[in-house]
Design a protein around this ligand. Sequence first.
Ligand SMILES: Cc1ncc(COP(=O)(O)O)c(C=O)c1O
Length: 493
Amino acid sequence: MSRIDLTINKEILSKNVQKARENNVIIPTFHQMQNPETIPAAIQEKLKGVGLWDVNPLNLFRITWKNEAKETGGLFQATPNYVEIPSKLSGVPCRIIAMAGKWFPTGCHKVGASFGCLAPRLATGQFDATWHKAVWPSTGNYCRGGAFNSKLLACESVAILPAEMSQERFSWLKSIAGEVIATPGCESNVKEIFDKTWELKADPQYMIFNQFEEMGNPMWHYNVTGFALADLYEAVKRPGDRLAGACFTSGSAGTMSAGDYLKERYPGLKLAVGEALQCPTILNNGFGGHRIEGIGDKHIPWIHNVKNTDMAIAIDDEDSQRLLRLFNTPDGHAYLKNELGLEDELIEKLSWLGISGIANVLCCIKMAKYYELTGQDVVCTVLTDSAAMYQSRITELDEMHGAYNATEAAIDHNLHVLGLKTDNMLELTYVERKRVHNLKYYTWVEQQARDVHDLNALWYDQEGTWDAVHQQAAELDELINAFNEETGLLKNL
Ligand SMILES: Cc1ncc(COP(=O)(O)O)c(C=O)c1O
């Protein structure tokens, strides 16, 4: 079964409605996340007094790419926040536009993926907000988003993440999640997280929202991230421009579904998935530890629509680490301004790139080189989180390599950006896509008890699986509208 189960449990649903009423929770629809200008004026008025990260249910309405770039009181704008990487910096003639996740509550778009997983079960009554604990297994940002949403929706939550994730993630989680569980290992140790969820599953009070297999994740990205990227492209395109490509590094592969949307809307667009060279599972069935936090977990997520993925690109984690200091230190900024002539406003915005965001931009550069894209081509990507999440990593780099300076900045730009080559990437043939898809068998059927028929359906039945899930957003919106109607809160605003 790959469609999202929207079967209603009336008894629990009425408990959820009651709890939402008591806690002033109004749930946003997917339509509002795509078009936040349609959010009721009374809610927009109230948001003027709410900070972006405040634990206030109204912040559910900020689960959109179109927030104003403001720490507090922000409303909405037609064009999502983005950074355009100029040719002077990228070394390639095509335009690279990167949509920024920094202006979501929690500073990362994963709050949307977690909403996409929780909302169906809350609005159907499959999840009991008065009894269940929502468990958010992830390498960090998804469980931050899940814990945040749980808190806004007045539900109990449990975050599970690897012990070696950045300090910033742990400190914040401790203040939001009911329980934080650290599993052994680093970024790519997802098997250990899955093992922990099996332990928890023995207790029915824990309900697991596994982003690597929950179809709510791709449903959200297809309908919200995909739409927003198209809106961004339409806003910035010049006569004769062509949206030629989209590149996303994959953690859960949720974001990859934005590419499914773009491929339907812009036929001919090439969709690439990125991973760390140190853990080249897609490229090479490989494994290993790496430092691009949030991606690359030594397996192929159930929700990755591999058949629709045109290319795999592996990024050396040293490249993305090195650029973190170029984009976030005074000496790095001096180089970008004085040697490359970049504007202050752009230099400022380079802090909107977290480590995986840098890797995403590097994927775009490699794709541009591979397909020899021109000045009329545009490649798009997302910046999942920002450098704000990695200040401790910058300090660690300073300790490892000594303080940053002008020479290092020039070397980093020349070696780790301009020097990128078309190595470690693969245009995926039918057979290669099937090889990657087949890897799902070992994780999902052998280890995680999924049905082999459902696995085959993901490959052979596009309409009954991926297309059906993408279209479920409209059905869910009806359930959300009915839920809000029942609480009566909207009427009384
Ligand atoms: C920082 C960061 N980058 C990239 C990703 C990958 O996004 P996705 O899970 O949609 O593939 C994640 C996922 O958690 C992340 O936290």
